[in-house]
Design a binder for this molecule. Structure first.
Ligand code: NAD
Length: 265
């Protein structure tokens, strides 16, 4: 009987329009903790203290946010891509990747070599920050350097826009902040037109993001889930691999290549 790795390889070998869907679990092997596993951010902090509404409401709340931001963001800004990110870049080189929807904000898929235009960051990115008033955008490294140096526009460790004085926020989607409707509708359109959906490292409990793989399955695509733990969509999936993402994905891709060589020799 075929193993889950062989089954996943066979599905991907037969597919030409693979939609990737990734969550925090693909980046834990790069040293970035996910939110819900032991030691994750939400085991230390209450997410209700970090809503969009609280951030825009007062300078005091922003002070708290920027005091803690080092702990949130330094690991993301310093991390390097791992074997899981590289596997998606390999799928792209094989011209199989239709697009990659990621809940991650770390930018590691692009750093591993996935084309910028194919990666849809539905929860935003930590790599830039913007003024909520005039929309000017800067690299996060530049904003953080300005905060550290107490440069222009910085008050009590909180950066404000040097052009208009507006509130600056990292370009991530916070709790209570509206999801980018253009990215979401593009993701659901792609889910309807892919022939396989490869989900990696997501608990699939954060909505509406978790509904994207479900839409792919309901649209007739094969569903492959690679996650250390069970997810609510496991019963619907064609293949489930409960293993660490990087080694499992590399095994699947190596197996695809093995099958391709065997079939073409
Ligand atoms: P989640 O924390 O809810 O779930 C992560 C899942 O990945 C868990 O089920 C866990 O068992 C699994 N996992 C952890 N390490 C794994 C590994 N090495 N191999 C396979 N599976 C592994 O994450 P989520 O579903 O992405 O949703 C949480 C939200 O957290 C997202 O909105 C995301 O924006 C945000 N987040 C992003 C990052 C990042 O950008 N790297 C990090 C933490 C949280």
């Amino acid at each position: 009987m075929a193993s889950p790795v062989e089954k996943a390889a066979a599905i991907l070998r037969d597919s030409s329009r693979v939609l990737g869907f990734t969550g925090a679990g693909i980046s834990t092997e790069s040293g970035i903790p996910d939110f819900r596993s032991p030691g994750g951010i939400w085991t230390k902090y209450d997410p209700r203290d970090f809503t969009f509404q609280k951030y825009v409401a007062s300078h005091e709340n922003r002070k708290l946010y920027w005091r803690r931001s080092g702990e949130f963001y330094e690991p993301l800004l310093l991390a390097e891509p791992n074997a899981g990110h590289e596997a998606f870049a390999r799928l792209e080189k094989m011209e199989k990747l239709l697009a990659l929807v990621t809940q991650n904000i770390d930018g590691l898929h692009q750093r591993a070599g996935c084309l910028e235009e194919k990666v849809i960051e539905i929860h935003g990115t930590v790599r830039t920050g913007s003024c909520l008033q005039c929309g000017t955008r800067w690299p996060s490294a530049e904003i953080r350097a300005r905060v550290r140096a107490g440069g222009p526009g910085v008050k009590d460790g909180v950066p404000y826009c040097v052009d208009c004085g507006g509130v600056i926020k990292t370009d991530t989607i916070s709790f209570g902040q509206q999801m980018p409707t253009d990215k979401l509708s593009r993701s659901f359109d792609l889910a309807a037109s892919c022939d396989a959906c490869l989900v990696v490292g997501s608990s699939l409990v954060v909505m509406p993001a978790g509904e994207i793989p479900l839409a792919a399955k309901q649209g007739g695509a094969a569903l492959i889930i690679v996650n250390r733990e069970e997810t609510p969509l496991d019963p619907l999936a064609d293949v489930v691999i409960h293993e660490a993402a990087g080694p499992a994905l590399q095994a699947v891709l190596d197996r695809m290549r093995g099958g391709w060589l065997a079939g073409n020799s």
